[in-house]
Design a binder for this molecule. Structure first.
Ligand SMILES: C=C1C[C@]23C[C@@]1(O)CC[C@H]2[C@@]12CC[C@H](O)[C@@](C)(C(=O)O1)[C@H]2[C@@H]3C(=O)O
Ligand code: AKG
Ligand code: FE2
Length: 348
């Protein structure tokens, strides 16, 4: 974990089990310990909401947000369009440049996932989708409406975080993703059900589940991620090395998580927690993730209030362009944030 003061929360845990998880290249035994993420009701009393958010980001790096204000219709249309696109024959999907299947990034990572990776730059670079066959009609406007909704939600949450942390400029974080040249990404992930061909006949009953890695262990490099999935589980977070905590799906909520840049800008107080998504043998998981990122030239530093003599700066200043370049040159599971640690810090 990046946060040296972080300790595993002792509460909220259920029974621990061992589970065999098949990754694309290996089979290994891991500890599985389901948890209930903190739930933040955005319509709650503001002073309580910001306290809850700060605590969740310190202890879990993840929380669910309900009464989030994103229109149900916008969300439903996005999910429908995603299912329509991924339901097309592989040959047609492959004609779309932003489509990927099983290969993640450029450095040899693989997983049981297919995806669309869309830059949310304004004016939307996805606008040209309307002229391409093989994508559902109105795909571009569906994506734009969804992106607008989740960006607004991300800004509201970042402003609550700043208030909760006592940052005097409450737009300090949100400004970065509001900028017209913010480098944000929308990712549509589809994890088809995978049947394990090697399993014995008696294991093929619907109650017996097989798990493969869909999207391997990683942290999100940007500021904040707003994730929504259908009602199929698969997201797991790791609050302790070697232990995976499955998160129950809640299609009425958004799952919010701290990215690497927010860990840096809170000087390690918030944690960018490693997570992954696994498949099952019976139902498709569909997730849509908005990664709020700053403009490429933005300098990533903690506001003065987060840096004290007791808590000196943990990270060197860098631009998002520098961090992104390193990120994209490394494997998915790399602990890239450690490369930007300030080793002159007295905490070392
Ligand atoms: C292997 C990789 C895929 C990724 C770029 C990287 O080199 C390392 C970070 C990966 C990640 C994880 C979160 C997001 O899904 C993503 C879009 C991002 O910004 O960083 C992916 C990158 C990707 O799929 O291209
Ligand atoms: O699909 C999921 O639940 C998680 C996806 C994810 O972590 C990502 O796209 O970065
Ligand atoms: Fe992620």
């Amino acid at each position: 974990m990046g946060n040296p003061n972080w300790q595993r929360p002792a509460h909220n845990m259920r029974h621990e089990t061992n589970m065999v998880v098949a990754s694309p290249n290996s089979i290994r035994s891991e500890k599985i310990l389901p948890i209930d993420l903190p739930v933040v009701d955005l319509r709650g009393e503001r002073s309580m909401v910001k306290k809850l958010i700060v605590r969740a980001c310190e202890e879990y790096g993840f929380f669910n947000v309900i009464n989030h204000g994103v229109a149900g219709d916008t969300i439903a249309k996005m999910e429908e369009a995603a299912f329509e696109f991924f339901g097309k024959p592989l040959g047609q999907k492959k004609q779309v440049a932003l489509y990927g299947c099983k290969n993640i990034g450029f450095n040899g990572d693989t997983g049981e996932v297919e995806y669309l990776l869309l830059s949310t730059a304004t004016p939307p670079s996805i606008a040209h989708f309307n002229n391409i066959s093989n994508v559902p009609s109105n795909f571009s406007s569906t994506v734009s409406a969804y992106t607008e909704g989740v960006r607004e939600l991300a800004c509201e949450i970042l402003e609550l975080m700043a208030e909760g942390l006592g940052v005097p400029d409450t737009w300090f974080f949100s400004r970065l993703i509001r900028e017209v040249d913010s480098d944000s990404v929308l990712r549509l992930n589809h994890y088809p059900p995978i049947l394990n061909k090697d399993c014995k006949d008696k294991d093929k009953s619907p109650s017996h589940n097989h798990t493969k890695v869909g999207f391997g262990e990683h942290s999100d490099p940007q500021i904040l991620t707003i994730l929504r999935s259908n009602d199929v589980g698969g997201l797991q977070i790791s609050l302790q090395d070697g232990v995976w905590n499955p998160v129950a799906p809640d299609p009425s909520a958004f799952c919010v998580n701290v990215g690497d840049l927010l860990q840096v800008m809170t000087n390690g107080r918030f944690v960018s927690v490693r997570h992954r998504a696994v498949t099952n043998s019976h139902k498709s998981r569909m997730s849509v993730a908005y990664f709020g990122g700053p403009p490429l030239h933005a300098c990533i530093v903690a506001p003065p209030v987060m840096v004290t003599s007791q808590r000196p700066s943990l990270y060197k200043p860098f631009t998002w362009a520098e961090y992104k370049k390193v990120t994209y040159s490394l494997r998915l599971g790399e602990r890239r944030i450690d490369l930007f640690r300030n080793y002159t810090s007295q905490l070392e």
